[in-house]
Design a protein around this ligand. Structure first.
Ligand code: HEM
Length: 418
């Protein structure tokens, strides 16, 4: 039956995946004129798929599971071992309820954005004395301060950059082999040791945590059977809240690049229209690369579009390719925020942070926070400071996962406007 779908002829595609990065699946769906093909990664057959219908199927929890799909090397660097990303069924729904309770309400999302705005304002005052700053480095520190404050995690000013770099290195490790990957593992070890101690201090009463704060809720959470998480597991899940806020620095750097390269966007942002601000942020999340693909394992065998999905088989969903799919997006390679003017909401065609219903599946629970923080940051860049943009390399490699503009976005003579 699976003879009818294209099989990539290469003996093993692992090297192609590392070399082609974000374009690995897209290159082949285009070559084979098919939303589905079979490849071989690390010696195993993998069904690779792209597009809205594929995304809809990928999020059917009767068909797919995550346990067994997340390689240990990613758990030991990016996610933490046995964290929410690897759970299925009632255990996942229960843990997800905790995450959603911390971040689904719009007032909670806005409060994170307000903390970020405060930190940008303070940072801009400091920059007034600097000739030059690198936005990505500054954004990591700003977001780390705001994320820890919001989460209730104690953070001394003297440790901000070190902690911010650790959170960022865990993210940077995910598509890497060799030194970048090892750096991410070491960063995780340090962060887990730090946060585990904080959780233990809250549990023993040595440290007070505010009810409703992520620190308090992770420390107190009890699963369906009434068991609390081990201190290390609670720390891993708390890191799963703080680390991705710091990772928004990548999107903020892309926002600055978009503003530098598309002058009309800057002018429209300066008009102060909140609808345009939102459209700009959505287009940054669609156009620029962040998550390349997602993996899951077939839970029980089934047939879809004449293709046999055998139990235990690995499946990749093309996140980057779906956000650039010409069947879903008009001129997908153009950066055009106004495309969101008339776009109908769908849970499966715009998937920078996953698809489906976040309460029922693995879609990112932090999408609202991401959007609010990006809105606050785009407004800051367009309306709250002035700066010169020197000659620099703003290009980014689609082979590196995750990627970033090469210069990190250098700003000269940054001055706050007030
Ligand atoms: C899951 C992307 C920000 C917390 C995910 C997933 C993606 C993603 C692709 C996986 C979806 C899936 O497996 O189906 C991003 C990107 C972000 C971001 C690109 C921007 C920097 C955030 C923020 C938070 C967060 C700000 C929290 C404050 C999580 C958690 C999960 C997750 C806890 C696991 C959910 C689960 O397994 O059920 N994110 N995310 N993320 N994200 Fe985000």
């Amino acid at each position: 039956m699976n003879e009818r779908i294209p099989h990539d002829k290469t003996l093993d595609n692992s090297v192609n995946l590392l070399e082609e990065g974000y374009l690995f699946i897209k290159n082949r769906t285009e070559r084979y004129q098919s939303d589905l093909f079979i490849a071989r990664v690390l010696g195993k057959k993998v069904i690779c798929m792209s597009g809205k219908e594929a995304a809809k199927m990928f999020y059917d929890t009767e068909k797919f599971q995550r346990n067994g799909a997340v390689p240990k090397r990613i758990q030991k660097s990016l996610f933490g071992e046995n964290a929410i990303q690897t759970l299925d069924g009632p255990e996942h729904i229960d843990r997800k309820r905790l995450f959603m309770s911390l971040m689904a309400a719009s007032n909670k999302q806005k409060s994170v954005a307000e903390l970020v705005t405060d930190e940008w304002t303070k940072a801009a005052k400091k920059w007034a004395k600097e000739e030059e700053i690198v936005l990505f480095d500054e954004a990591k520190d700003v977001l780390c301060r705001a994320a820890c404050k919001w989460a209730g995690v104690p953070l001394e000013e003297s440790e901000v950059s070190e902690r911010a770099n650790d959170f960022s290195d865990m993210v940077d490790a995910f598509g890497a082999v060799g030194p970048r990957h090892r750096k991410g593992r070491r960063a995780r070890k340090r962060a887990e040791a730090w946060i585990t101690e904080v959780i233990e201090d809250v549990r023993s009463g040595k440290r007070q945590a505010k009810e409703g704060s992520p620190l308090y809720e992770m420390a107190q959470y009890k699963d369906e059977d009434g068991n609390e998480l081990s201190a290390q597991m609670a720390a891993i899940e708390l890191i799963n809240v703080v680390r991705p806020i710091v990772a928004i620095a990548i999107y903020i750097t892309f926002e600055a690049v978009a503003l530098a390269q598309h002058r009309p966007c800057r002018e429209e942002l300066q008009s102060g229209d909140p609808k345009y601000l939102e459209m700009f942020v959505q287009e940054v999340r669609r156009y620029y690369p962040f998550t390349p693909l997602l993996g899951a394992q077939v839970k029980t065998g089934f047939i879809w579009n004449d293709v046999k999905f055998k139990q235990g088989m690995l499946v990749f969903l093309d996140v980057y390719g779906t956000n650039h799919d010409p069947n879903l997006w008009d001129n997908p390679e153009q950066f055009r925020p106004h495309r969101f003017d008339t776009r109908k909401e769908s849970l499966y065609d715009f998937i920078p942070q996953g698809g489906g219903d976040p309460k029922k599946g693995h879609r990112c629970p932090g999408e609202g926070i991401t959007i609010e923080v990006m809105k606050a940051s785009a407004d800051f860049l367009a309306n709250k400071i002035t700066y010169d943009i020197p000659e620099q390399d703003m290009s980014y490699s689609l082979a590196k996962m995750p990627t970033l503009p090469k210069s990190g976005f250098i700003m000269q003579n940054p001055q706050p406007l007030d």
